[in-house]
Structures are given as C-alpha cells and as structure tokens.
Design a protein around this ligand. Structure first.
Ligand code: PMP
Length: 459
C-alpha cells in the first residue's frame, strides 16, 4: 500500500501515534501536525496537498545537486542488484568505497589522502575524536587528549557529537559529556566584536582564545582544535578572513592537530570543493557527510591527513573502531555518481564565479535594507539574515528567537522553505540554483519580511 491511499489527516495521526521526530517538541507537534513532504524535483519540494515550495535549505544542507536525479537512483539500483552490502571489516573491501576513496583524495585539500566512512556526520565526528586521541597515544603521548571546540558549535547529536558541540541546551540534556573537551568563544563579529574593533582585529582576538585555551591546559595536554569553517546550525556565522590562518598558525606553533567539520561546507557550498581551500588552510582531519551523496543515501567520510594516516600505518596495531555500514557499497556508488554530476555540471565553479556573487549581491540589495534586517552575510550559497527590532542598536525582539520564527512561518506560507536559528534566518540552497531562482527566493523572503513586520509591530 502506498501513501497515496492515506489522507493528510490520517498520515498526521499515524505520525503522531508512532513517530518521534528529531529536535522536536513532541507536545507542540502533536497539536499542529506534521507537514508531509511527498515528492521533489529540481529546486522544489511538494507537500501532500500539492503545494510547491522552493527549498532554500537543500533539505538539511545536503541536496546539493537538487532533487529528481535519475542518475543517482540508477547508481543505487545497479549496485543493489550486484552487491547490496558487504562490510569492510576482516581484511575485506568492496569496489565502490575503494574507488570513492581515491576520488576523494583527488579533490581533497593538499595533504589529505585517506578516508574513513560512516553513515552520518555525527558518526564521522565520533570517529574523528577517537582517531586523534588514538594518534597521540600511538605517538607515546596519551595524555595529549584535550579537544578545544567553540561555544555554539554543532558537531552532531551522538554523545561525542554533542560533547564536541557547544550548544548549551543540548549539553543540559546530556547528563555528562565526553571528558576533556572545552569550548572557547566563536568568531561572530556581529554580536561579539567590541565597539570600534575591526573585523580583522576581532578575528585575531577570537583566534587568541584558542591559544589561551592551549596555554592554560599546557600544550602537552592538547590533542586538537575542532571547528566548522563557517558555523552552520549555530547561525551561518562567517569568521573574519584573519581567523582561520591565525588558528592554523597557533595549532602548528603548539603542535595541536587541526580538525575541520565540513559536514555542511564540503562538496561545493562555498564555491570551492572544501572550505579549507576557501580559507587556504591545511587541516589534519576533515569531517564530511551530507552533500557527499547530496542526501540521496546516508554516508559520511572522514578525510584524514597524511600525518595521522601515516602514523596509523607506520605504528600499526588495531584501531578498535568501525561501523557495520562503514564504506557501504550502495551509498558509495551514489556518492561517486553524485561527485560526477557536481564535476560535470561545473557546480562548484558556478557557485564561485556566478551564483555565489549574485546571491551575495541580491541579499545586500534586496534584503539588507528591510526594517527587520540587522545584517545579511553569505559565502558561496550559504547565507544568513539577522532579524532585529532596531537596525542601529541591534536590539532583538522578545522573546528571543520568536521573530525569526514569525518570518520563517510567513516564508513557508509563501512557498519558500528556509530555517530559523535563534534570531537568524538561514539559507543553504541546492547548488543548481540559478540567478532566476535567487531572484524568486529574494522576492518571497522580502514578502515574508513585510508580513512579519506587520505582525511584530502589532504585537
Ligand atoms: N557537523 C555539522 C557541522 C553539521 O551541520 C551536522 C548536521 N547538521 C553534523 C555534524 C551532524 O551530521 P548528522 O546529522 O549527519 O549526524
């Protein structure tokens, strides 16, 4: 029986009776009922009532090649018929993860050449945490195991992902984090720069917080620093240009590994294959997932730099870690086909030279001037709109986060899917967006802002 035999009401009732959703207030959802998305094509998603919605979030930052790609379905179908599953444990492998690993080594930033697979970004970060601690143990320095992260970082929802992340609300529900992870300030100039402080100086000050944490712990106790090149779920927080080169310099000075979480920024979002290349830095590990398959299959790849990988090989000894689906043959087949599409259609280059700059200009010219907007910012096809009560003082509406939800709800009602995080609206569309799609999005967002302004001024 297919879902077409059910009415929206029925699906909502069954959903409410049996389905616990991620990051959801279940009491609230039961009162409202889920929107049921039933199909998608190109840049659009469609709900059960046939409403066409422009997807400004590429699903959840992942559908970079857009929807309806038969090529990816065919790749999965062929692989499933030939070999739906075999593991990579016990000295075995299957062809698709082998070939995907070489492919990833070709596009990865310099010095990154080996890959460890999982099924999600959270799993990849678990692997990364365990791997860097294992590395230092192999080097005869097991006490060098502290990880420095940032406040408000998002690194996933597993225990390790939540511990690495810096979201207070998540930590409160954790009941005990993985030990020896500390969080320093984030490089978010809009709220944290001092009056009169330049972006450049603020970036250096935010990087200095990493150095301070290393010095405080003693460099002999610090394994690594981890960060999203651009904080995603935390609100598309784009660091000043001075930040990452300085963080890298500090990590090298104190012999601390640099771990990048590119679960969102990987595979073209910034206009480079990886944000490491956008910022010109050479990390020791890069966590990737999402757009590796454009979300068509669950797959993550931890890209491992030569320093760590070579040590694993030289020192030997088993790394007691892995997942049933590490290197899943179907997911890897889809990833290979997905990377082919991105390369063949020149999507990364297009973001860099055409749609990225056009997106930035459109946000500046058509959204930034609105009364409710304190700031717009973007890199490639990843953008944010800050919602404020007062542009000059940056005062927010109360209660915190409510204004952005009002804007978001109007946007969705106007067939524009975007996300609200705190008081920030977030955009991270498929890389297939054209100038026309960007125009359409800006029109719908501007309308949503106008409608929200009426509501908020009344309240
Ligand atoms: N890291 C970052 C930067 C992410 O944005 C996310 C997911 N949004 C994750 C890790 C976790 O990935 P997953 O949900 O696939 O576990």
């Amino acid at each position: 029986m297919t879902y077409q035999n059910y009415s929206l009401k029925q699906l909502q009732q069954i959903d409410a009776a049996h389905h616990l959703h991620p990051f959801t207030d279940h009491k609230e959802l039961r009162e409202i009922g889920s929107r049921i998305i039933t199909r998608a094509d190109g840049p659009f998603i469609y709900d059960s009532e046939g409403t066409e919605i422009l997807d400004g979030m590429a699903g959840l930052w992942c559908v970079n090649v857009g929807y309806g790609r038969n090529e990816l379905a065919d790749a999965a179908y062929r692989q499933m018929k030939e070999l739906p599953y075999y593991n990579s444990f016990f000295k075995c492998s299957t062809p698709t993860p082998v070939l995907l690993s070489r492919r990833l080594a070709e596009i990865a930033p310099k010095g990154v050449s080996q890959v460890f697979y999982g099924s999600s970004g959270s799993e990849a970060n678990d692997t990364a945490l365990r791997l860097v601690r294992h590395y230092w143990a192999l080097m005869g320095k097991p006490e060098k195991n502290r990880i420095i992260s940032r406040k408000n970082a998002y690194h996933g929802s597993t225990v390790a992902g939540t511990s690495l992340g810096g979201m207070d609300a998540m930590h409160k529900q954790l009941g005990g984090a993985v030990p020896n992870i500390v969080h320093v300030m984030m490089p978010y100039a809009y709220e944290l720069a001092l009056p009169g402080e330049s972006d450049h100086d603020f970036g250096l000050r935010a990087a200095k917080a990493v150095e301070d944490a290393i010095v405080e712990a003693g460099q002999e106790n610090v394994a690594a620093f981890i960060g999203e090149p651009i904080m995603g779920a935390g609100g598309v927080k784009i660091p000043p240009a001075s930040y990452w080169p300085e963080v890298q310099r500090i990590c090298r000075k104190y012999d601390v590994l640099l771990m990048l979480d590119e679960v969102i920024t990987g595979y073209g979002r910034t206009g480079e294959w990886f944000a490491a290349d956008y910022y010109g830095i050479q990390p020791d590990t890069i966590t990737t997932a999402k757009a590796l398959t454009s979300g068509y299959q669950p797959l993550s790849a931890l890209l491992v730099g030569e320093r760590v990988a070579a040590t694993l090989v030289e020192k030997g000894g088993e790394f007691y870690h892995g997942y049933t689906y590490s290197g899943h043959p179907v997911a890897c087949a889809v990833a290979l086909a997905n990377l082919d599409i991105i390369a063949r259609e020149g999507l990364v280059e297009r973001v860099k030279t055409d749609t990225g700059p056009y997106f930035a200009k459109a946000l500046q010219e058509r959204i930034a001037g609105h009364d409710l907007v304190g700031e717009v910012r973007s890199v490639g096809l990843m953008g944010a709109i800050e919602i404020v009560k007062d542009k000059a003082t940056k005062e927010r509406f109360l209660p915190a986060g409510s204004a952005a939800v009002t804007v978001r709800d109007h946007a969705i009602a106007n067939n524009m899917m975007l996300r609200a995080t705190g008081d920030t609206m977030i955009l991270s569309p498929p890389l297939i967006w054209t100038r026309d799609t960007i125009d359409m999005a800006c029109e719908r967002i501007a309308k949503a802002l106008d409608l929200a302004k009426n509501d908020l001024r009344k309240a």
